[in-house]
Design a protein around this ligand. Structure first.
Ligand code: ADP
Ligand code: ZN
Ligand code: ZN
Length: 802
């Protein structure tokens, strides 16, 4: 029996399967989709069996060393999907398969020295091997680095050998349980006297007092004050059993989640859910866009669609942007479907994620709620995939494999003949365009469930405020409303759009801006540490007290960070209790949730924050939303800048007046005439869509054209220029006349980590060979020995140009 294995070497030359023999003992076990360990050159590597066959044309093939999984971890569907994924994202097969599995299942490798000729070792070296007969390189570099040279020499002369071991991080949590054994034995023990028996008797009585069953050993010890050794001697006598069992690490354990019942749908909801239910009923793949304003009852539609999928014995995946995967959100699904829900969230530990994932593989759950990568949940009877906030950019992975969760979901929908539901108040332009063309079905939910009106939005031009002599970052109207809110005991949310608006250091005399010496972007000021920091490479320096360029002392930090807003608030509204949420205050695990809970419990008047407060939050007492600097994102070199601004403003506004109290939104900025701000304030998606589509058409951007992007980076500028020019001329000879070739030009971020970046862009409608040409270019430079360390990434459907 032969297994075709793809091995853990992300490189173009091994981007294929290799044949290995399945040793006779493992023949009944080996199946496609299992992880294995195989010899590869001098190393041992992890790999995946993609197929098994009877024979191989390759001579001298080696044996599989070990099979790591009792059952396949990749289903036949996922094996196919991985191939498609790798080919369409220009990634290696191994990278695609690894992306589908929890991080815990990716092996790490360790190097060990072992002894071949013990008699040749000095006592100094010999003692290192005495414990286990082997010595990890890790251990040597940590504790015996002075011996490294010697060990290497001994290896050369054949006294020592080097072996590679694969470490599987996928460890399972085990807990000891105790249960009553032989009953007569136990009752006899109760009649015994003697001090030593006291604790043992306590254990027996405790177990007898409970319904028959097994109980956590730790709990029993805690209840009775007995020691482990007393229970162990009970075990020896046969009075109790101790058993070690695998348990799941459940981050949601102990939470009280209220059970909810399906709500009778409104007429609007009924209309919107019909195509979804039809698709489920007829086992027919459809992509359905549910376009509904915030509060229009999309989530209830998701819940009832899932119910109908579960009724058919099938499974459901719900994707939610990382940032909105709040406990509130999770509870809505757990409240309806209880313990059949698994949650895959990046805030979980590696072990917790692995456990949630195994519940899926073992079919112990039938609903998964999770961020982007949950789209790979290994269900075999998938009945629906729902993507909430489908326009969110976090659904695109900006690292290998550069996939979009929406594309993967639709692939799976076709495979399983089931519906894919895309939900949003502000669908991506691409999505809405497809719905208009009829490629997706469109379901519109045009009003809120409780028909409370959309909040009223006021736009404030901060230039006018300045003319009126108001130099603060809060307009007069915003100040008034914040004060009034505090007096009435209502809550406010202050949103600061920080993307592209980091607080930087500027010299007022010469205009010097502190820049990262390794990347072409300005450094961000962090007041708490008195530091300037680069968000791309992590470079840090102490904030200068004088301008490094002209020595002026008029160097200060500029721009509005959340810290600065918080300080201002303390000055002008000292009575306000403020909770600040940004990357600095939420870096600790669980802090995000803690801050939100305390705001929900009314412990603050104002929630101040960045992007992370824009979504999903639903607090009944919030009546005011203030947006500071609404226009900052408009000026980024990104063709989606207007779309992102519109989406963000719509989303933030949706935080106000979701319940009985009426909501009010105040939007501040300097460039507030822009259509994305004006139309967001009127809650007018369709006009925005039409306006933006004209702009995109004019400038030949998606959804009218796809963007192919090749990015080159190298430490030397000349190398990137040369390579990108070669690539551009290669492409220009081949592209069809309808496609446009732009560049090579420097990337919008021209240097990162000292590497210069150049790009070649292709705008195309139909270019079936483009993928092959990109692959050819990448392979060409990989083989070219005259350019070392050139990095190239290719993308066929780039979402951003950064
Ligand atoms: P969306 O997901 O579109 O933002 P939600 O599903 O959160 O909207 O619905 C907004 C509110 O309306 C929620 O509090 C929800 O419980 C309630 N709701 C939704 N559908 C109904 C219904 N059919 N009847 C009564 N209340 C509903
Ligand atoms: Zn940097
Ligand atoms: Zn200066």
């Amino acid at each position: 029996m032969i297994a075709a294995v793809v091995v853990d070497v992300p490189s173009g030359s091994v981007n294929k399967t290799f044949d290995y023999k399945v040793p006779p003992g493992l023949e009944n076990w080996a199946e496609p989709g299992m992880r294995v360990i195989v010899p590869f050159g001098p190393r041992k590597l992890q790999g995946f069996i993609l197929a098994v066959k009877q024979s191989s044309s390759v001579k001298g093939i080696k044996n599989i060393t070990e099979i790591l999984d009792p059952l396949p971890v990749l289903t036949p569907e996922l094996i196919d999907l991985g191939q498609w994924l790798a080919e369409n994202t220009l990634s290696f097969y191994i990278t695609a398969y690894q992306a589908m599995l929890p991080a815990a299942m990716k092996a790490t490798y360790e190097k060990f020295f072992t002894v071949l000729r013990p008699e040749m070792l000095s006592s100094e070296v010999s003692v290192l091997f005495s414990a286990s007969g082997e010595l990890s390189l890790n251990e040597v570099t940590k504790n015996h680095v002075h011996l490294l040279k010697k060990l290497q020499e001994l290896t050369k002369t054949g006294v020592l050998d080097v072996v590679y071991k694969v470490k599987d991080k996928a460890n399972k949590k085990k807990v000891k349980f105790v249960s009553l054994g032989n009953k007569t034995e136990a009752e006899e023990l109760l009649n015994q006297n003697g001090k030593r028996a006291e604790k043992q008797k306590a254990v027996i009585s405790e177990l007898l007092s409970r319904p028959p069953g097994e109980y956590s050993l730790q709990e029993i010890l805690h209840e009775t004050g007995a020691s482990l050794s007393s229970v162990q001697s009970l075990c020896k006598k046969g009075a109790v059993y101790i058993e070690e069992k695998e348990v799941y690490r459940d981050p949601y354990q102990g939470r009280n989640i209220k059970q909810t019942e399906p709500l009778p749908l409104t007429e609007n909801q009924q209309n919107a859910i019909t195509p979804v239910l039809d698709s489920i009923e007829n086992n027919e793949h459809q992509t359905i866009l549910v376009h509904g304003v915030t509060g229009s009852g999309k989530t209830e539609i998701y819940l009832q669609s899932i119910q109908s999928v579960l009724d058919k014995g099938k499974e459901a995946i719900v994707l939610v942007p990382e940032i909105s995967l709040t406990p509130q959100m999770v509870n809505r699904f757990k409240g309806r479907f209880g313990s059949s829900v698994a949650v895959l969230h990046s805030a979980l530990s590696i072990g917790e994620k692995y456990d949630e994932w195994r519940k899926i593989l073992r079919k112990e759950v039938s609903v998964v709620v999770g961020a982007r990568s949950a789209v790979f949940a290994p269900f075999e009877n998938l009945g629906i995939v729902i993507i909430d906030e489908e326009h969110e950019s976090s659904y695109k992975q900006e690292d290998h494999p550069r996939y979009h969760a929406r594309d993967v979901a639709i692939w799976r929908g076709k495979y399983h003949s089931c519906p894919i539901v895309l939900g949003s108040a502000t669908p991506a332009l691409e999505t809405y365009a497809r719905a208009q063309k009829g490629r997706y079905q469109l379901a519109e939910l045009s009003s809120r469930v409780h028909s409370n009106p959309m909040p009223e939005v006021t736009i404030v031009d901060m230039r006018d405020e300045l003319k009126k002599g108001n130099r603060s970052m809060f307009s007069n109207e915003l100040m008034e409303k914040l004060k009034a809110g505090i007096e009435k005991g209502e809550q406010s949310v202050l949103f600061l759009n920080r993307r592209g608006y980091a607080s930087f250091i500027l010299c007022r005399d010469c205009g010097y801006v502190a820049q990262c010496p390794h990347c072409d972007i300005s450094l961000t000021y962090h007041k708490r540490y008195g530091e300037l920091k680069c968000h791309y490479c992590g470079y840090k320096e102490i904030t200068p007290s004088a301008c490094p360029s002209c020595s002026s002392e008029h160097i200060r930090f500029f721009g509005t960070g959340t810290q600065k807003v918080e300080e201002e608030l303390a000055k002008v509204l000292p009575e306000a209790r403020v909770i600040r949420m940004d990357v600095d205050t939420t870096s600790k695990k669980g802090s995000h949730e803690k801050l939100l809970t305390s705001f929900g419990e009314g412990e603050a008047d104002i929630l101040l924050g960045t992007q992370m407060i824009a979504k999903g939050l639903d607090f009944p007492k919030v009546t005011l939303v203030g947006v500071l600097a609404a226009d900052t994102m408009l000026h980024l070199p990104d063709f989606r800048a207007s779309e992102k601004t519109f989406q963000l403003l719509t989303q933030v506004s949706g935080r106000a007046g979701r319940h009985e109290l009426e909501g009010k939104v105040i939007v501040q900025g300097y460039d507030v005439e822009h259509y994305s701000i004006q139309l967001a304030s009127q809650h007018d998606y369709l006009s925005f869509y039409n306006h933006e589509m004209k702009t995109r058409k004019l400038h030949q951007y998606p959804p009218f054209y796809y963007l192919g992007l090749l990015t080159f980076s190298h430490l030397e500028l000349m190398q990137v220029v040369e390579a990108s020019e070669k690539a551009a001329s290669f492409l220009s000879k081949r592209l069809s006349p309808d496609s446009l070739l732009l560049g090579p030009v420097t990337s919008p971020i021209a240097r990162v980590k000292d590497r210069y970046r150049y790009q070649v862009m292709i705008k195309y409608k139909n270019e079936p060979e483009l993928r092959n040409w990109f692959e050819e270019i990448i392979a060409h430079f990989q083989k070219d020995k005259s350019i070392k360390d050139l990095q190239i990434t290719g993308e066929l459907n780039a979402q951003t140009l950064m």
